[in-house]
Ligand binder design. Sequence first.
Ligand code: BDR
Ligand code: CA
Length: 299
Amino acid sequence: MKVIIDTDPGLDDAVAILFALGAPGFDVQAITSVAGNIGITRTTDNALRLLAVCGANVPVVRGAEGPLAGEGLSEEAIHGADGLGGVALPAPLAKAVPDAVSFMVAHLMNEPSGSVTILALAPLTNLALLARDHPAAFARLGGIIAMGGTVHEPGNAGPYAEFNLAADALAADIVLGAGVPLTLIPLDVTRQFRATPAHLADLRAAGTPAATTAAALIEAYFTGSTRESRPLHDPCVMLLALAPQIFGTDPMRLRVDTGDHPGRLVPDNARPAINVAMRIDAEAARETLWAGLCRPVSR
Ligand code: BDR
Ligand code: CA
């Protein structure tokens, strides 16, 4: 599967990226960065450093530095000032290039229509700009799988909203209404997929760069938290792309509130149906993620 990873690394983004780089089922054609958990310079640099962990040669393309509307949000309290919880990664092997939307347009016009899937781990700013300003290129997407939103769970960016949708609610609303095949993975599912400190022993024992780094990143996710387990939000996107049988999805018609509760999902029958993941076999998901992180990478 040809994929572009749109991301704001971010601890859980980082684990997802390390998994994707080693997954034989993915042809990672680019990583596009976006501001989210932290600012754009950091998210872009973190993407480059994650590639260096695996010695992977994938273009990193710098994207939007803020939301389409509003101030944006930051998750520095969870991911740390560097976005990676202070986990030291190797220096980048290459430089990032500008800019994500232009890159996506050129890339999508060059690839067979329907052949490229976006794995979206962050606020949807880059994708909304693509949909709004370049609809012909956007329509050539095979689909989008995005981590974001909440249906029944309390939010993590206010009582009703999840961070990725709340950080750029207008962008999220544009993408949910754009009519490209979209699967949304909300907190209802990602909060069921959790790692405990005990789970990290297997990763450390494997000794591959991806597994060792993922263990350090997940451990950093526990810093400052009294919880016994932490949710692995963004890796769910990679897992749903490669192993959809692990998830259960329901069709829903939704818009995103851009008013009083930015990022809140609201039923709207005028909208195109999207798939929303509502169930996960968490044990199968962890086994698949761990096996991928522990696999030696040859790229
Ligand atoms: C999402 O917000 C970010 O903090 C995580 O990286 C994830 O993409 C979870 O709400
Ligand atoms: Ca993210």
